[in-house]
Design a protein around this ligand. Structure first.
Ligand code: AMP
Ligand code: ZN
Length: 113
């Protein structure tokens, strides 16, 4: 298996895990862009937002709600945070296992870079 995040899920590569259940894993980004920078991924491999099917609606909902719960637990929810799915080249997607970035703990800029 050559998917980096599948290897993290399988514990073949170490990660700083912040949440896990049967369907979702969340871990700290190795190159954080904010004081909180967590990646929320489904355990089942889905390459990107562009690959989502109707049967994936539930897992996407779990990812998004998990990001909100982690933000709440980090104490950054009231101040605010950003959630991002990068999709394909122009967005800078580098890992083709869908992941939701949770960024917070500092003021974010708009428009994003
Ligand atoms: P993206 O550019 O949206 O595909 O995001 C991929 C993210 O994965 C980047 O923010 C990387 O810093 C992060 N990343 C890459 N390798 C690892 C790793 N081994 N553990 C945790 N995060 C990683
Ligand atoms: Zn994968």
């Amino acid at each position: 298996m050559d998917c980096l995040f599948c290897r993290i899920i399988a514990r073949e590569i170490p990660a700083s895990v912040v949440y896990e259940d049967d369907r979702v894993l969340a871990f700290n980004d190795i190159n954080p862009q904010a004081p909180t920078h967590v990646l929320v991924v489904p355990k089942r491999h889905i390459a990107s937002l562009a690959e989502l099917a109707a049967e994936d609606d539930a897992i996407v909902g779990e990812m998004v709600r998990r990001a909100a719960a982690i933000a709440e637990s980090r104490g950054i929810a009231a101040g605010g945070y950003r959630t991002v799915f990068n999709t394909n080249r122009d967005a800078g997607q580098t890992v083709f296992h869908i992941h939701l970035h949770l960024l917070g703990g500092r003021a974010m800029h708009w428009p994003p870079g």
